[in-house]
Design a protein around this ligand. Sequence first.
Ligand code: MLT
Length: 327
Amino acid sequence: MSSFRTLAITGLTALAGLGLIAVPAQAQDYPTRSITMIVPFAAGGPTDVIARIVANDMAKTLGQSIIIENVVGAGGTTATARAAKASPDGYTLITGHMGTHAAAVPLYPKLAYHPEKDFEPVALLAGTPILILAKKDFPAKDLKEFVSYVKANTDKLNMAHAGIGSVSYSSCELLSSVLEIKPTGVPFNGTGPAMNALVGGQVDYMCDQIVNAVPQVNGGTIKAYAVATPERNPSLPDLPTTTEAGLPKYQVSAWNAIFAPKGTPPAITAKLNAAAAKALDDENVRKRLLDLGSDIPKKDGRTQAALAELVKNEVARWSAVLKPATN
Ligand code: MLT
């Protein structure tokens, strides 16, 4: 997003706030009816949980309900393509993430949208460190044993993921390239259902966002071997980092954010951004996100410009790591 545009948005909001310029009636009265928030994965998964926690508070600020619509398929790209084509009037939004708005680009050469060209960045919601997880009776007591077992038994193991282009797929593709293995992937409509299969022992391991794993790890229903960040996560203080556990090359964190169709008026996306930023300061919202291991963006990381920059950098980063997916 050009610096001029950023300047324009900030200026507009400020001037509008001071009532010095007339904000288009459409934006001033926005929202006048309920807003649809598309979540590109099954209910109960990390993106759904984060979207519901924040949207619930945003609805109070905006004075209209935000209805979550779970639209699944193709690693989240089906819903994202739909959101890109929605009317740019502020009434259809999407909670996308590192997968739908970055990793999907190199994986789908014919992707029906481009994260930077077809969307207005609205608000970064949460950073979500990635964990290496396995079923409860996986025959390894720590990451070192996990790595040697996976390397020795790759063809016998099933790795769960939420579809090509998803965070769980992309972050485990990165793990596979670090370990130089090619496991069999088992796709689900989200890591909500994938987690159920892991707890049930129908699949062997998965790379997933911490938000989805904390309750299961604390409940002892699955194994967690490491968190792929430089620091341990306060929600799982006993879980080592990949560096501590002997796999320093594997570092990855995801993020979830709100986007609007391209052309949604700046005054409307600025209003939505302000409501999201306010939600991230709400005590209850913060407690729920932090208890699930999320990283809540600091103030300077909550601007639309910061999100635009993140998307640009992440598209570049994953385009250097991932090749077009061959089913
Ligand atoms: C979900 O909410 O199910 C996840 O974000 C899916 C993924 O990208 O791994």
